[in-house]
Design a protein around this ligand. Structure first.
Ligand code: PLP
Length: 375
């Protein structure tokens, strides 16, 4: 990995110590250039840009995400948001025979809200005994013949703990339930081979670790499952005969596009491809190796300075989302920002999330300035 070359592709890194990729991945010059081309084509060709330029990019993006997931062609749909993915999945399930969703208190709120407002859903929310992990056995102890799905995260946004997707998918399948994984904090920082894990649904997006900006999400559906599901939240992009423009006929696409919900955000398709190109070139194994090096340094440094990071002690379960307990996180984050160090705060914690483009020196600088605040 040529770190100087990589860093020169992300202008923000010349101006700031940017350690907040779990909120928003850095913008690259490649993404910016793609966006410039989008605007130029829009200006030059108007709607005909669809035929010569934009339509093909939708296919390119689906394909690159399928490669990222080690998934077969036709298993990824382009969606507006994770929440929209969840709604489309929910609309495709049969709620009459099973209605229980098993989820956890560490998951992102939108993953719980989807079932909270569903008139037929009954939720089981698993508690984390250590505030960091959920043991796969907790899922196993809860699922039964009333369980419709286990819905949980690949990486918890709250603690950065990485879950064992193969174990969760196996537990769900054995009970006759679906596995639905929110991978927003996983894809782009952790290598994923979704067919090997056996998960049924996996949602992700370009916003964070894939450095592609806001406005899109990716929905993976296990290939054998696709023909069995008919979402009732739908659109013309889900139609196999999209360009027949025949309102009297509707047939679902044979692939994952049957979940799509209308025209994708084209500006984001461009920025997402720019970010994705860099991630693909660097490679997920190299990204993970570098992020482990940076986060080990961050966690060890925090502990040496008397701070208490809320992270997994199991190396394989620790990701680059590092939450550090703090009595006054908002002023601490503001203090760091005054020194051009960008991190975030959540209730009771300062949250730092380095990515492959960061350096050990940036981690040390963050630790030094954090040390000027009181744990
Ligand atoms: C784990 C996780 N899931 C989902 C989301 C966002 O969901 P949506 O795309 O619906 O805004 C986020 C953060 O923005 C997240 O961290």
């Amino acid at each position: 990995m040529n770190i100087d070359r990589i860093r020169s592709a992300f202008p923000i890194l010349q101006r700031r110590n940017y350690l907040n990729s779990c909120s928003l991945g850095a913008l690259s010059d490649r993404a910016e250039e793609r966006l410039r081309i989008f605007v130029a084509n829009w200006n030059d060709y108007g709607a005909s840009a669809w035929y010569d330029h934009w339509w093909g990019l939708l296919g390119e993006l689906r394909g690159r995400v399928e490669t990222l997931f080690a998934a077969p062609a036709g298993t990824v749909a382009l969606m507006p948001s994770t929440s929209a993915c969840l709604a489309a999945i929910s609309s495709s399930l049969d709620w009459t025979k099973r209605n229980r969703i098993v989820t956890t208190e560490l998951d992102f709120p939108t993953l719980l809200y989807q079932w909270k407002v569903h008139p037929d859903a009954e939720m089981v929310v698993l508690r984390s005994p250590d505030g960091v992990h959920i043991d796969p056995q907790q899922f196993a102890g809860t699922v039964d013949d009333r369980t419709l799905a286990i819905a949980t995260s690949h990486v918890f946004f709250t603690t950065g703990a990485i879950q064992d997707l193969a174990a969760i998918a196996g537990i769900a399948r054995q009970a006759g339930a679906y596995s639905l994984i929110d991978g927003y904090q996983g894809a782009g920082q952790i290598p994923v081979d979704l067919p090997t894990t056996g998960v049924d649904f996996y949602t992700a997006g370009p916003l964070k670790w894939l450095c592609g900006g806001p406005g899109l999400a990716y929905l993976y559906v296990r290939d054998a499952l696709i023909p069995t599901l008919e979402p009732t939240l739908t659109s013309w992009f889900a139609s196999q005969d999209q360009f027949d423009f025949n309102p009297g006929e509707f047939r679902y696409h044979t692939d994952a596009r049957r979940f799509e919900l209308g025209t994708p955000a084209l500006a984001t398709v461009h920025t997402a491809l720019g970010g994705q190109e860099i991630v693909d070139e660097v490679g997920m194994e190299a990204i993970r190796t570098r992020n482990v090096m940076l986060t080990d340094r961050l966690v060890d440094g925090c502990r040496a300075a008397g701070f208490s990071p809320r992270v997994s002690d199991v190396p394989s379960a620790r990701s680059a989302v590092i939450t550090i307990r703090h009595r006054d996180p908002a002023p601490a984050v503001a203090h760091l920002a005054q020194r051009s160090i960008i991190v975030d705060n959540r209730p009771g914690v300062v949250r730092a999330s380095p990515h492959f483009y960061n350096t050990p020196n940036e981690i040390d600088e963050f630790l030094e300035v954090l040390g000027e605040t009181v744990p």
